[in-house]
Each structure stands twice: as C-alpha cells, then as structure tokens.
Design a protein around this ligand. Structure first.
Ligand SMILES: [Cu+2]
Ligand SMILES: [Zn+2]
Length: 195
C-alpha cells in the first residue's frame, strides 16, 4: 500500500515539473509574440485629414474628402452630392485657395514633376494631381476612392506632399489629352488641403 502511494507521489512531482516547463515555454512564446506585435506597432504610422468641399461656379456640389497616409500609401475617399448625373473630373490643383467664386484661385493642376497632363499611370507622363474621372448617379451622388504611394501628407518630399494644395471637381470630364488640364470645364467644388 505504501509503495503505491510513493509511486503516485512521484508521478505527481513529474507531472508538476512537466507542467511548469510547458508553462515557461508558453510564457516565452507569448513574450516573443508580444515583441513582434510591438515592433509592428512601431512601424505603422497613420495620419488622416478630412475636409468639406464647397460649391463653386454657382453649383450645388458639396461633399467631404478624406486622405489617409498609412505607411507611405495615401488613400483618398470622397463623397459628393449635388452633381449633374454622369462623369466628372477630379484633380489636385496647386494652391489651397478656394476664395474665387469660380475656384480659379486654386491655380492649375498640381504638377511637381513637370510632366504633361494625362491619365494617371500612363508612360507618357501625368500630373501628380491627375486623379481622373468618376461617375455621379441619377441623383447626383458619387463616391470616389483612389490610392497611391506617390503622395504623402506633410512629408519633406515636394513631389509627394499634397498639403497646401486643393481638391477640385469639374463640371465636365477629363479627356486626358487636352493640355494643360484635360478640358474638364468649370470648377464646381473646391477644398484646400491643409494640415
Ligand atoms: Cu482640375
Ligand atoms: Zn493634369
């Protein structure tokens, strides 16, 4: 009877030390995972700026545009209302100045790399503000999404920094060939991009 008790006691000790080792191992793994997560957290930097678009050229086009810079990839999301149904151009223009009634105070297309006007991404070149066209639905509403690593929010690279520029929506569509601005017609909505 005594021997059986001893064996049971011994196996309890073994079991206990085994559990202890397992627990230590798990704790170490958890610690390593934690370090990995922390390293990733340090690398991620996210900045978001958001603006209301104001009607221009006697239009009713209002909206909101948000830019998010996440690790060097800038995504734009914009929503508009009060548009005429169909296609409209949207660009980034040179100056964060929407004071003129027709929006011309925002200057021409933002073109920090001195290329021709064109469709985004084409090999012949394009302005860094040449976002392109979008379509408004029958009610005059539209959502526009765009993202690129050729922009940044407030970095030191003047060929990428969108701060101090303007977002312009046009009454017409961009033909991607007419110089210097795609013959997109009146500027119907504007906002400055200010940090
Ligand atoms: Cu434009
Ligand atoms: Zn352009």
């Amino acid at each position: 009877m005594m021997k059986l008790v001893k064996i049971t006691a011994l196996s309890l000790v073994l079991l206990a030390s085994y559990n202890c080792k397992e627990a230590k191992k798990e704790a170490k793994e958890a610690g390593e995972e934690m370090e990995e997560v922390m390293e990733k957290t340090e690398e991620v930097s996210v900045e978001t700026i958001s603006f209301m678009m104001e009607p221009k050229s006697d239009s009713n086009v209002s909206g909101e545009v948000t830019f998010t810079d996440e690790n060097g990839m800038v995504s734009m999301k914009a929503t508009f209302s009060g548009l005429t149904p169909g296609e409209h151009a949207i660009h980034i223009h040179q100056k964060a100045d929407c004071s003129a009634a027709d929006g011309t105070s925002s200057g021409g297309h933002w073109n920090p790399t001195a290329e021709a006007h064109g469709q985004w991404g084409v090999s012949d070149g394009y302005h860094r503000g040449d976002i392109g066209n979008f379509t408004a639905d029958a009610d005059g509403n539209a959502t526009v999404e765009f993202s690129t690593d050729l922009w940044c929010i407030g970095c030191d690279d003047d060929t990428k920094n969108i701060v101090g520029k303007a977002v312009i929506v046009h009454q017409g569509m961009d033909d991607f060939t007419s110089q210097p601005s795609g013959a997109a017609g009146a500027r119907v909505s504007c906002t400055g991009i200010i940090e």
